[in-house]
Design a protein around this ligand. Structure first.
Ligand SMILES: Cc1cc2nc3c(=O)[nH]c(=O)nc-3n(C[C@H](O)[C@H](O)[C@H](O)COP(=O)(O)O)c2cc1C
Length: 174
């Protein structure tokens, strides 16, 4: 497990190679194996392969530009009638998606949508308009998925910071 966690990096450049349906299915399966508040499973996932739609999504915020370059993107959505912990549940799903993508030899990056702004104003409203999402749903993020076209160093033990670990009570540095 830690092997995949070490390898997971935010990849923002993708090969022009399609993602196989079977791999995408495994990625989506991982999302639906995520924990959720009160077991609500209020998530909804929109799979976007259409170039034009991904192009428009990449305009949602200044930090979403590369969404256009991935062959597929998943919008991680949430039905607020079915669950109460939108941000937590959706973000955990997104991390499952990211990790299983890496496990499948693919790459991804969390692209923030909720509470973000872009050239069209509120990014979530913009994305909801593009994807025909009714009011009661929220959109946490977009997860582009593709084969990596860049290689970043994996996480290493040098990032393990003992000073961030506290025994019994939080101790601030003297
Ligand atoms: C809540 C959250 C929001 C993020 N939003 C974006 C984003 O909108 N665009 C982007 O390129 N990266 C985004 N990232 C990715 C971070 O920049 C990245 O995780 C961080 O720089 C650490 O790099 P690593 O993921 O390769 O370890 C986001 C990550 C998190 C957890």
């Amino acid at each position: 497990m830690l092997k995949v966690i070490r390898e997971r990096r935010s990849i923002r450049s993708y090969l022009a190679k399609d993602v196989e349906d079977e791999k995408l299915r495994e990625v989506l399966k991982s999302a639906m194996f995520a924990p959720s508040s009160r077991g609500g499973r209020a998530w909804e996932f929109i799979v976007i392969r259409n170039d034009e739609t991904r192009g428009a999504l990449s305009d949602a915020t200044p930090y979403a530009l590369f969404v256009r370059d991935a062959p597929v993107a998943i919008a991680v959505c949430y039905d607020t009638d079915a669950g109460r912990r939108f941000k937590e549940d959706a973000s955990i799903c997104a991390e499952h998606i990211h990790l299983e993508a890496v496990n499948q030899g693919l790459a991804s990056c969390f692209v923030q949508v909720a509470d973000a702004k872009g050239p069209h104003g509120d990014a979530e409203d913009y994305v909801k308009g593009l994807l025909g999402i009714p009011d009661r749903y929220r959109v946490q993020c977009i997860m582009p998925i593709g084969y990596p076209a860049e290689e970043l160093p994996e996480h290493s033990d040098s990032e393990f910071d003992e000073s961030k670990i506290h025994s019994e009570k939080l101790q601030e540095p003297a």
